[in-house]
Design a protein around this ligand. Sequence first.
Ligand code: IMP
Ligand code: MG
Length: 182
Amino acid sequence: MLNDLSHVLISEEELRRKVNALGAQLAEEYQGKNPTMVCILKGAVVFFADLIRAMPIELSMDFMAVSSYGNGTRSTGEVEIRKDLSHSVDGRHVVIVEDIIDSGRTLSYIAKVLASRGAASVKICTLLDKPDRRDPNVNIHVDYSCFVIPDEFVVGYGLDYAEKYRNMPMIGVLKSEIYENT
Ligand code: IMP
Ligand code: MG
């Protein structure tokens, strides 16, 4: 798998440091609020598992799957909920945990949906943010992000290309020939 990377962008050590720091910050802000941490499947799973273990407070977790990219590297613009939460968020403090915010379409839609279900608050927490790619028509406020990255296609630590590379412990830039040849 490492041979498919042009270079490593974020090492395991850097990931661990930033994710632990964000977990500590969230724990402080959500102490006593019993937040619902919502993991957006599947890309956020690895980040989510590390983040919640860095939060030594009472919290609940829930999972949601949405369609975004299919197998390509560009967003289709359509958002569909494929698997919904298993508990109500009415009156709850919700933290949406996502792997990467690119155009911002997926997350702005999900945040609106959860707010409309009566959540007491909805915040967005992302591992990676690619602000250069934001859709200018999308109104999204990113409350917490670990790393701002350039407009390059990255994989690893949960992020995939065609379902591959999610289990790599670091984040790397995929060689362009990998997706140009398929
Ligand atoms: P958005 O709606 O355009 O913000 O799409 C966000 C989703 O696109 C993420 O949850 C990822 O699944 C996917 N995505 C965007 N950029 C990348 C990338 O560089 N590598 C892997 N997946 C990506
Ligand atoms: Mg994906």
